[in-house]
Write a protein that binds this ligand. Structure first.
Ligand code: B12
Ligand code: SF4
Length: 469
């Protein structure tokens, strides 16, 4: 079959390589399908362009991948309209984190024909084989489908047990020369960056987090290192972002990845998502030695009761110790906080602000967002049971209008109080960030003229490029 995979426009000049579509394409090609990538993300084509493209080029299937963001949802509706308007409308298949927990709603809203639930590689290949042979699809595991206004959802498919058996993403189909320009934190002007996975899933159970699949499955470190070598050799990649749900799922996995990178003598930078309860000096030293330059931590709150309420599995004392150890190891920590969880008050927010001010290393701008109960997460069902959300339509159409605005209020505070608390907290954080940038800029002017700094690269280079992720 001829398949068009749509990488939709995120409205940004910098785009991350779309790993979901890359993984899918890599599974479809060996099954005999021809895959074409429609890079709206890079070219910023209007939706009419997609309709015209589908009218002019014959495809059997069009596939779209979505996350559950407010922007993505609005974009998905426009993309769907463009597909459905086409004279030669192909079979339309959706996949990803957005539609997986609420497939019926997504089928209804987009008029897609199928949704592939969870991991797509095996399911998509089987579905397309059946469609191509015009065979019955009703017993394909891991799909939802629509016939007119009738919706059906099958059981989920067993997870792929051995991730090493999967082919690497089909990089050759994508404009890697553009994607590699994405920035990781602490990238130099000459680094080329790409996201990679060392495994899938996470064994922790934070209530606000949605994971499509249960448990954690790791790739073998050998397989991972081979892919990194290939990326370095064929695409000049010098910096890898581990976009796993969580790379530091255990000390053992983190050590195995680091040791394999060190043994392979890969001279590459990398960053990852981390857990502060695993941050010992020994492990951090090993990570640093292996090339780690940034660890993005989910801290979420600096109040122990709030942390317990969200089942974070972390205590504030572990957070402080872990962040201090990370800084001592010479790695920049990402300090991510959310507000508005069960038990949050003005005081708990101030504790988080004080913490950010104390440990800010200015590697990234710090802000605090309200928590969002993404569909499929335990907090989403809690919101429904508390009457804060009616259903998925209420989430997408009425409540989740912007990630920085309140979706549901889980606290005892009024909405007005929450907004005022967030306004003051983010003013304090912005003030801190811009005062430091201001000081740094003035110091470099002084250094240039007082010390005649011949390494100076121009005032416009001072800010550097913004980081992605
Ligand atoms: C990279 C990433 C991003 C990138 C995406 C850029 C890009 N080009 O893809 C960026 C930084 C933009 C991003 C943003 C957001 N993200 Co994000 N992101 C991720 C991350 C770390 C990796 C996604 C990924 O590539 N996974 C690897 C691939 C292989 O898996 P996959 O995409 O799921 O694809 C598989 C299946 O889903 C399926 N599939 C996927 N698409 C399709 C399509 C078809 C046709 C078929 C058949 C199958 C199929 O097959 C694939 C292979 O198995 C995930 C966490 C994670 N580790 O997955 C979070 C994650 C997806 N993000 C999340 C969120 C919440 C967001 C934001 C909404 C956050 C926010 N509040 O702003 C924003 C969205 C805003 C925006 N403007 O984009 C949540 C999603 C929760 C949810 N219920 O949707 C996740 C799960 C993190 C988390 N646990 O909270 N994100
Ligand atoms: S927030 Fe991080 S640690 Fe918690 S469940 Fe999600 S991926 Fe795992």
């Amino acid at each position: 079959m001829r398949i068009l995979l749509v990488a939709y426009d995120n409205g940004s000049y910098s785009n991350l390589f779309p790993m979901g579509l890359g993984a899918l394409a890599a599974a479809l090609e060996p099954a005999g399908h021809e895959v074409v990538i429609y890079s709206q993300d890079i070219h910023h084509w209007p939706e009419e362009h997609l309709t015209a493209y589908l009218d002019e080029n014959e495809f059997d299937v069009v596939g779209v991948s979505v996350i559950a963001g407010y922007y993505q949802f609005a974009k998905l509706l426009k993309i769907s309209e463009a597909i459905n308007r086409s004279r030669r409308r192909p079979i339309y298949i959706l996949g990803g984190y957005g539609p997986t927990p609420e497939p019926e709603y997504f089928l209804k809203k987009t008029q897609a024909d199928f949704i592939v639930l969870g991991e797509g590689e095996v399911t998509a290949v089987e579905l397309l084989e059946r469609l191509s042979d015009k065979r019955d699809i009703t017993d394909v595991q891991g799909i939802a489908w629509r016939e007119g206004n009738k919706f059906s959802v099958n059981d989920r498919r067993e997870l792929i047990p051995d991730l090493d058996k999967l082919p690497w993403p089909a990089y050759h189909l994508f404009s890697m020369d553009v994607y590699r320009l994405a920035r990781g934190v602490n990238a130099s002007g000459t680094d080329f960056f790409v996201p990679v996975m060392s495994g899938r899933g996470c064994t922790f159970k934070c209530t606000f987090c949605y994971r499509m699949d249960t448990g954690h499955r790791a790739r073998s470190p050998e397989n991972l290192v081979q892919e990194m070598k290939f990326l370095n050799r064929d695409y000049g990649i010098t910096y890898v972002g581990f976009y796993d749900d969580l790379l530091m799922t255990s000390v053992q996995h983190t050590e195995a990845v680091c040791k394999a990178i060190i043994d392979a003598k890969l001279d590459m930078k990398w960053n990852c998502n981390g857990r502060l309860n695993y941050c010992t000096p020994d492990l951090l030293k090993l990570m640093k030695q292996a090339g780690c330059v940034f660890i993005n931590f989910g801290i979420e709150s600096m109040d122990d009761t709030v942390l317990r309420n969200m089942k974070k599995g972390l205590r504030t004392e572990q957070i402080i110790k872990g962040v201090e150890e990370t800084l001592a190891a010479g790695i920049n920590p990402g300090l991510n906080i959310i507000f508005g969880n069960i038990g949050d008050t003005r005081e708990t927010l101030q504790k988080s602000v004080d913490f950010l001010l104390k440990y800010d290393d200015f590697a990234k701008m710090r802000t605090i967002r309200p928590v969002t109960p993404y569909p499929g997460s335990p907090l989403y069902y809690e919101a429904i049971s508390r009457g804060l959300l009616k259903d998925v339509a209420d989430f997408y159409e009425n409540k989740h209008l912007n990630s920085d605005l309140l979706c549901c209020n889980f606290t005892e505070m009024s909405d007005e109080d929450i907004y005022e608390a967030l306004r003051l907290a983010n003013r304090q954080l912005m003030d801190n960030y811009f005062s430091a940038s201001h000081k740094r800029a003035l110091a470099s002017v002084d250094n240039l003229y007082l010390n005649r700094d011949s390494n100076f690269r121009g005032f416009r280079q001072l800010g550097g490029a913004p980081a992605v992720g």
